[in-house]
Write a protein that binds this ligand. Structure first.
Ligand code: KG4
Ligand code: ZN
Length: 333
């Protein structure tokens, strides 16, 4: 009998389980924790507790939706890190217990490596080598992907992640958390007429904290003259912020492409859902001859399908974990 791989993801505030079998994703179930909206950001303790409540029903649903039984699962792949310690602990403990009870192997997965390998969940799959810009609420990285399990970090954010830049701007504008999707929606109705400075960071690293400060000072100045400034200009402010974040990302991506000579360019992570980023990538593809890869939306944000896919390639390579594996809050790709 052919065996399936169960993927478990619990690194932040999404509880997810997925089944990979016969070279495809059969199910990918995600329970998002709306509760954090009330706090304007993810509260680690609350996230951990919600994972404990959600994980078992999410796994049961993933198995049922895949149309298999527990006994057809041949390995469990789980996110070992990076992420929130309390959140990771729930997924890691569950994966270990599940593997022990069925006497099947455990495969630990790096969440950032999994975001990249989300591109292999469905066609079209990129050929190696390719560049991947991974942009999420916690990370901003440019990676050269040489093979499934051979990746090199070229640059990353030295402070805030791109998603954080969206979310923190949203907080200043009074938008609910996470603000990225809302800013994207409003930006499409506005004009980027406010010019925010581009950070001067050497090489392929990023910085977004200066942008956040300049937006804060800009809003304070404008509101002093007109207290209704945000309400009256919300769409244009969102368009301007999005335009700057996208231009920062694309400029470094172009630099990485020139430096490496690689013209296959992929994006991953929650911010890869952004319409401005997608549009700018397509424009660059035309002018620079890039081949661009953007995963389906369900594989962009945190999900267990990407964990199961990564687990599959580690399974093929014979790279297994064991019952002593502990969560890692930080873990280089
Ligand atoms: O990868 P992800 O789901 O979780 C993390 O690992 O962080 O990414 C979440 C981030 C949040 O910051 C959210 O605001 C952002 O992705 N995001 C977006 C969009 N959709 C999600 N940012 C900009 N535009 C979007 N359409
Ligand atoms: Zn993520």
């Amino acid at each position: 009998m052919k065996k399936a791989i169960l993927g478990i993801e619990s690194s932040c505030d999404d509880t997810s389980a997925a089944i990979w079998m016969d070279g495809q994703i059969l199910s990918n179930v995600v329970a998002s924790q709306e509760i954090h909206q009330a706090y304007g950001g993810v509260v680690p303790e609350v996230a951990s507790r919600a994972h404990q409540e959600n994980l078992i029903p999410v796994v049961e649903t993933a198995i049922r939706k895949a149309g298999i039984t527990r006994h057809q699962i041949g390995a469990v792949a789980f996110t070992r890190g990076p992420g929130l310690m309390g959140s990771l602990l729930v997924g890691v403990s569950f994966a270990k217990a599940f593997a022990l009870s069925l006497d099947i192997p455990l495969i630990e997965v790096n969440h950032m490596q999994a975001h990249v390998l989300a591109h292999f969940a469905r066609d079209p799959k990129p050929e190696f080598p390719f560049l991947c810009l991974t942009v999420s609420g916690g990370h901003t990285q440019i990676i050269v992907v040489k093979d499934y399990l051979d990746m090199e970090l070229l640059g990353e954010s030295i402070d805030d992640a791109a998603g954080e830049a969206f979310d923190k701007t949203g907080k200043l504008l009074g938008l609910p958390y996470p603000a990225g999707p809302k800013i994207d929606q409003l930006a499409q109705l506005g004009t980027p007429r406010f010019k925010f400075p581009e950070p001067q960071i050497e090489g392929l690293n990023f910085s977004f904290s200066g942008l956040k400060t300049s937006i804060l000072y800009f809003l304070q100045r404008q509101q002093k003259e007109n207290p209704a400034f945000i309400r009256e200009n919300l769409e244009d402010i969102c368009a301007s912020v999005q335009d700057r974040i996208v231009s920062i990302l694309i400029r470094k991506l172009r630099k990485a492409s020139v430096q490496t000579g690689i013209k296959r360019v992929a994006i991953a992570g929650g911010v890869s859902a952004n319409s401005g980023l997608r549009k700018s990538l397509s424009e660059n593809a035309e002018t620079l001859g890039w081949t661009v890869f953007i995963p389906d939306f369900e594989f962009c944000t945190d999900n267990a399908a990407m964990i199961a896919v990564t687990g599959y390639y580690k399974f093929l390579a014979g790279v297994f974990s064991n019952q002593t594996a502990a969560p890692l809050a930080r873990w280089e790709i």
